[in-house]
Design a protein. Structure first.
Length: 400
């Protein structure tokens, strides 16, 4: 790699240090790096040399001092300088050679040195404990590069457990390792899960997923005072045959407030869990009137899109620009953890109508909005029931 000479000694030292740091960073996850490493120094053109000879000699001396300080070898090339009367020769450095990894680590920044040593120590740990080749080991270390030592050690511990125990009848939360849970493990595409599988040379971990569930209320007069139904496996036998209206709501307060209605069911969607409704209630697709009502925010509209993509044909209520304008005074700028809501890039939402998509983009970007969220439970239940009655043939018998 060639480089131009800098104007000051400090620039020269910084450029040489930066070259070594860049090399170590680029090759951080190479199982074997090639040493020695030769850094080419661009020699000046003849006219530049003769015009700025004194300055160039000072720069050359700075390079020489840097190389001596870090125990690096140099090579030189003879240059002839002439002022028209006197000719003289000068030896200028045309390359610096970093002899080995230890030298490079002494040159680079403390942060790069610490990270490089940590990653390769992790790879060594993996190689020694799991009998893997060096390339695989350093690639696993790379997968976990953003995880701290506690997390890395837990991955190693978990891999040993999976290697020596039958976990086919366990869910992630049942694995008896401190700190190990479904939330810690994440999805099968999580870095932790990927690393454990690579450590064990497996495609996937032998674990059972926790059964998803759907909570629902039968709204008719006969059942409105009975306990909720919780469905954890597909409901095929004994499914109700007289249901004509279903409303899926996002929040529990609203779910509990929906009044008694004949031939109707209220389903607690509970956020993205709504996407499992069709699997657990396969008969839902034959119901004539299905309504979804969620928060007026980007998440709520994404859930609506995902629900429709599962094959459930449904209308939405109170999730359009008119509803936003009507209930805007009830909006919030904070999430459930009391942190400010943030704008974001809109995702593809093939399940939304154009009007819903327009509102979704508005709520993602914050354009022409005061609030990024209007929570469902802030909207009066009577307003929703009026819409259901007038526009969707709901026959509410009385309020709870």
């Amino acid at each position: 790699m060639a480089t131009a000479r800098s104007t000051t000694n400090s620039d020269i030292h910084s450029q040489l240090n930066g070259y070594v740091t860049d090399y170590l960073t680029k090759h951080m996850y190479d199982a074997n790096t090639s040493w020695p490493l030769r850094k080419t120094i661009r020699l000046p053109k003849q006219t530049e040399l003769e015009a700025h000879y004194t300055h160039i000699r000072a720069q050359d001396e700075a390079i020489r001092n840097w190389a001596q300080q870090h125990h690096c070898e140099t090579s030189e090339k003879t240059k002839v300088i002439s002022n028209g009367i006197v000719r003289q020769t000068s030896q200028l450095i045309d390359s610096v050679t970093i002899p080995d990894l230890n030298t490079a680590l002494n040159i680079t920044t403390p942060q790069t040195r610490k990270l490089y040593q940590r990653e390769h120590q992790r790879a060594h740990t993996i190689t020694s404990q799991f009998n893997l080749d060096s390339n695989t080991s350093i690639n696993i270390a790379k997968i976990l590069k953003n995880h701290d030592d506690t997390d890395f050690n837990l991955v190693i511990q978990a891999a040993h457990y999976f290697a020596n125990h039958n976990t086919e009848n366990m869910t992630p939360r049942m694995v008896p390792i401190p700190g190990f849970s479904a939330k810690w493990l994440g999805k099968t595409t999580s870095n932790r899960c990927k690393a454990i599988c690579k450590l064990l040379k497996r495609e996937q971990l032998a674990l059972n997923d926790r059964h998803g569930e759907i909570r629902l209320r039968l709204l008719d007069t006969q059942h409105h005072n009975q306990p909720d139904l919780i469905v954890t496996q597909p409901w095929t036998d004994g499914a109700p045959h007289d249901i004509t209206h279903i409303i899926i709501v996002e929040n529990k307060d609203t779910y509990q407030a929906i009044p008694t209605t004949e031939h109707a069911i209220c389903i607690f969607g509970s956020g993205h869990a709504a996407t499992r409704i069709k699997t657990l209630l396969p008969w839902i697709t034959t119901t004539p009137h299905i309504i979804y009502w969620g928060d007026i925010d980007a998440d709520g509209l994404e859930i609506l899109s995902e629900l429709r993509q599962t094959g459930i044909t449904c209308d939405s209520i109170l999730m359009d620009s008119t509803a936003y304008k009507t209930y805007e005074p009830y909006g919030t700028k904070l999430d459930t953890k009391k942190q400010p809501l943030k704008t974001r890039d809109p995702k593809p939402t093939p399940g939304l109508t154009q009007h819903e998509r327009n509102l979704y983009e508005q709520l993602c970007t914050g354009k022409n909005t005061t609030y990024l969220r209007i929570e469902q439970e802030r909207i009066p239940i009577n307003d929703a029931m009026t819409i259901l009655h007038n526009q969707h043939q709901w026959n509410t018998t009385h309020h709870k």
